[in-house]
Design a protein around this ligand. Structure first.
Ligand code: FAD
Length: 508
């Protein structure tokens, strides 16, 4: 009998397991993939190492108060083993045709730079930042509603529910429409890839929250994102727990109306594991799929109505030579082919990507001594991959492989046009598609950030750490929103619901 069973070893699951381990609880973490870490995992090709779902993090610096909360708690969980290095400032560079703008922190510096570059838009810029602050407060309320007990949620809804709902329903496109200058609109709207919802549907509250995440600096884990799993598994194992990879959870066992364990396939064997708590950090649709239909049926129906978000293509590039001397840096590049920055890549067969993100990750890690690498990410309509997603996951048809190669060459050629000095240094490239993402982290339809960000999702009471099935808790990005810090927070809160003494630690 484990104290808790955690499904999924992404940052949401690892945070929950490590926090419980710190309290001396025996936790079993089950991960279907052969590498732990979910989207914090890295992979190696020849001498190049590539991160998958971490390019920069907010809240990880040595700051007092909420701005350093994430890093402080990671320091506690890992006994200071997990450290972070700052990125350059500006940390994001938006590149439009014939125009480039660096996004600085803190936000006041960014706002002043905008006022200097767009003096004719003073009113709109001031209004944007005022609206952002208001929308962020609404987003925080919405996040709290996903974790507090129902009596407190009722009070919160009474006090701040109307404001939260209003901001959840207002889209990024609504706010951008108040700006006349198309370049300013593009600079403020371009980074929606950080939450994956294009401006037309993105709740402005979420956009404001994510954009503010780097107010106290952008950071990268020293030793690379794989350090999350390497360091967070230690408190789990020190308390007698276990992180088991290649362990595919197939159902959640319900006994006497309570989640009592899981059925898991591991090394070709099926077995049952029992636990006092089951914490699922495997994604909400995956969790629902593990339950019999009649278990909390109304709740399952509500969740089934939430759609997966857009998918992405990731091009991993390996170089030989001094990429920094050729213009690469720790700042991310948001390359946009036009000032219309809100488009998802429709069909790669028809056109180049309307925009893409570039991270020179090896430069961000001061501990990295191998050859340099970069990742290029473009958000794509998963409908384009629907025919391939319908194929059994174990197979990859010749048609798919040919299409994938073709798209890889197209995206690489487009990238090279934008980075001509780096182009001759490319020695390796490989594309990951929605099928790749689905295989490694199981997100339905290969969705980049899990559930689609929408007003319904933000306000849904069904997305709560506590589920209607006693003993089953939820964690991970689908509960609190995309991003490593948000998924981490949900994991800690799930752990604290199972072990309330943790709440005091979380306030620190
Ligand atoms: C390309 C890309 C770039 C990103 N960049 C950033 C960034 O720079 N900064 C940032 O903060 N965020 C970034 N993100 C988002 C961030 O990586 C995610 O929001 C976060 O890591 C999600 O964590 P999670 O624990 O919720 O889920 P995951 O990491 O997806 O973990 C879920 C785990 O559950 C496992 N699982 C599923 N079903 C089962 C089952 N039945 N049995 C056992 N295991 C199961 C999966 O294999 C997976 O390992 C990025 C995401 C992507 C895709």
């Amino acid at each position: 009998m484990w104290d808790a069973i955690v499904i999924g070893s992404g940052i949401g699951g690892l945070a929950a397991a490590a926090a419980l381990g710190k309290r001396g609880k025996r936790v079993l973490v089950l991960e279907q993939h052969h590498t732990p870490g979910g989207q914090t995992q890295t992979f190696r090709r020849h001498d190049w190492v590539f991160p998958t779902g971490v390019h920069y993090l907010g809240g990880a610096g040595p700051h007092p108060g909420p701005e350093g909360w994430f890093g402080r708690l990671l320091g506690w969980l890992t006994d200071g083993e997990l450290r972070f290095a700052p990125l350059a400032n500006p940390y994001d560079i938006v590149r439009l045709p014939d125009f480039e703008f660096g996004i600085e922190h803190p936000e006041a510096a960014f706002r002043d730079a905008l006022l200097r570059a767009f003096p004719h838009e003073r009113g709109a810029i001031v209004g944007w930042f005022e609206a952002s602050a208001d929308a962020r407060r609404a987003a925080m309320t919405l996040m709290q509603l996903h974790s507090v007990p129902s009596w407190l949620a009722a009070g919160l809804r009474l006090l701040r529910g109307a404001q939260a709902r209003r901001w959840a329903e207002r889209t990024l496109a609504d706010e951008l429409a108040r700006i006349a200058d198309p370049r300013l609109r593009a600079v403020l709207g371009a980074r929606w890839g950080d939450h994956g919802a294009p401006p037309a549907g993105a709740p402005f509250a979420e956009h404001a929250l994510v954009m503010h995440a780097y107010d106290a600096g952008a950071y990268y884990p020293v030793g690379g994102p794989a350090r999350f799993a390497e360091t967070l598994r230690r408190p789990v194992e020190a308390a007698g727990g276990e992180l088991r990879v290649g362990a595919d959870v197939q159902h959640i066992v319900v006994r006497d109306g309570r989640a009592a364990g899981v059925g898991v396939e591991h090394g070709g064997q099926r077995r049952e594991e029992s636990g006092r708590w089951v914490i699922s950090a495997a994604g909400v649709p995956n969790t629902v799929a593990l339950l019999d239909d009649e278990v909390a049926a109304a709740w399952q129906d509500t969740l089934a109505a939430l759609r997966p978000g857009h998918a992405h293509l990731a091009l991993f590039i390996g170089f030989e030579g001094d990429v920094a001397a050729a213009g690469a840096s720790t700042a991310n590049r948001w390359v946009m082919e036009s000032e219309d920055v809100g488009r998802v890549w429709g069909d790669p067969a028809d056109e180049d990507a309307p925009g893409f993100f570039v991270s020179f990750s090896s430069l961000k890690d001061p501990a990295w001594s191998g050859p340099p690498s970069a990742e290029v990410v473009a958000i794509v309509d998963h409908a384009v991959f629907a025919r391939f997603l319908a194929e059994p996951d174990a197979t990859r048809s010749d048609e798919y492989l040919a299409y994938k190669d073709w798209v890889a060459e197209r995206l690489l050629a487009q990238w090279k046009r934008h980075f001509p000095a780096l182009a001759p240094m490319v020695r390796f490239h490989e594309l990951a598609t929605p099928l790749t993402h689905r295989r490694y982290v199981r997100t339905p339809q290969g969705s980049m950030y899990g559930l689609e960000l929408s007003a319904e999702r933000l306000a849904s009471p069904a997305l709560h750490i506590h589920t209607p099935l006693p003993g089953l808790l939820l964690a991970g990005q689908d509960v609190f929103g995309p991003g490593v810090p948000a998924a981490f927070t949900s994991g800690l809160l799930a752990a604290a619901h199972a072990e309330p003494a943790l709440f005091a630690q979380l306030r620190g």
